[in-house]
Write a protein that binds this ligand. Structure first.
Ligand SMILES: [Zn+2]
Ligand SMILES: [Zn+2]
Length: 262
C-alpha cells in the first residue's frame, strides 16, 4: 500500500523561524506524513527571508505577495516588483493577496488596488494566485469575476471559511479551495457542510502556521505537521479514507502549482 504524502499548501515558515521553532517543525513534518510545504509571503520587506527558507530546503516552495492587512505599512507593491521575484525557481505562486474587511474596513480601495496588481501578475505568469478573503465575500467575488472576464488566471482560495456562494463562484472559474484547521473546530461545521458538496479534485489542505492550529492542538502554535489533522477531518467530511484524501490533495497541489518540482 502506498504511504500517505501530504502537502502543507500554505504556511508562514518565516514566523516559525522567528520563534526559533523552524528546525523542530521541519523534523516533525514527515512523522505526520507532511513532505512538502509552501511558505507564503505577507509583505515585500519580509520576502527575502521567505525565499531564503525555500532555497534552504528541497521540499519547501514559496509565494510572493503582500497580505491585505499589511498594505497600510508599506508603499503598494508594483507589478514589476512582483514580476521580478517570480523569476526565482522556488517562487511558485502569487500571494497571499485579497480582501480582508474583518481586520480593516477602512482600506478597501488600497486592498483592491493591490489585489488587482497581484491578479495581473498571476495572469501574465500563469502562476496561481493565493487568495486571502475574510469578511469580504461580496468584494472578493466582485473583483475575481471582473478580473477573470479580462482573462483567465489560476487561483486558490486559502483557509476557506467563506460562503457557499464564494466557493461555488470560485469553482466555476476553475479555482481551488484550501482547507485549514478551521474545519476541525466546532464552528467549522458550517464550512464542512459546504466542503461536502465541492469536487474533491479541487481541494487542498494547509495549516496557515503558526495560526489556526487544528484540534487537538487548538490554541497552541501551529506547524506544518498538523496538516494531518485537517486531512483526517477532510476524509471524514468527504466520506473517503485518509490515504485517498492525502494522495488526492497532493496531486491537486502539484496540478495547480505546476512550477513546484517534487
Ligand atoms: Zn490568509
Ligand atoms: Zn497566510
Amino acid at each position: 500500500m502506498d504511504k500517505p504524502v501530504l502537502v502543507d499548501s500554505h504556511c508562514h515558515l518565516d514566523y516559525l523561524q522567528e520563534k526559533g521553532v523552524l528546525e523542530q517543525a521541519m523534523t516533525n513534518a514527515p512523522d505526520y506524513d507532511v513532505y512538502y510545504m509552501n511558505t507564503i509571503s505577507t509583505n515585500m520587506a519580509e520576502f527575502p527571508k521567505v525565499l531564503k527558507i525555500a532555497n534552504s530546503y528541497d521540499n519547501v516552495f514559496s509565494c510572493v505577495g503582500v497580505h491585505p492587512c499589511h498594505i497600510k505599512d508599506h508603499p503598494l507593491v508594483t507589478y514589476d516588483e512582483l514580476y521580478e521575484q517570480t523569476k526565482h525557481s522556488k517562487v511558485i505562486g502569487i500571494g497571499e493577496s485579497g480582501i480582508d474587511l474583518f481586520h480593516d474596513k477602512t482600506t478597501l480601495d488600497l486592498q483592491e488596488k493591490s489585489f488587482r496588481t497581484h491578479i495581473s501578475v498571476a495572469r501574465d505568469t500563469g502562476l496561481p494566485l493565493v487568495v486571502h478573503t475574510r469578511g469580504a465575500d461580496y468584494d472578493t467575488i466582485r473583483i475575481l469575476k471582473d478580473e477573470y472576464e479580462k482573462g483567465a488566471f489560476p487561483a486558490v482560495i486559502h483557509c476557506f471559511s467563506a460562503s457557499r456562494e464564494l466557493a461555488e463562484e470560485s469553482i466555476k472559474m476553475g479555482f481551488y479551495i484550501s482547507l485549514s484547521g478551521i474545519i476541525t473546530f466546532p464552528k467549522g461545521d458550517v464550512v464542512c457542510d459546504i466542503v461536502k458538496d465541492l469536487p474533491i479534485e479541487k481541494l487542498l489542505v494547509e495549516t496557515d502556521s503558526p495560526y489556526l492550529a487544528p484540534v487537538p492542538n487548538r490554541g497552541k502554535s501551529n506547524q506544518p505537521a498538523y496538516t494531518k489533522y485537517t486531512a483526517e477531518k477532510l476524509a471524514l467530511v468527504k466520506n473517503v479514507d485518509y490515504l485517498t484524501i492525502s494522495s488526492q490533495t497532493t496531486q491537486n497541489f502539484f496540478t495547480l502549482f505546476k512550477k513546484a518540482v517534487k
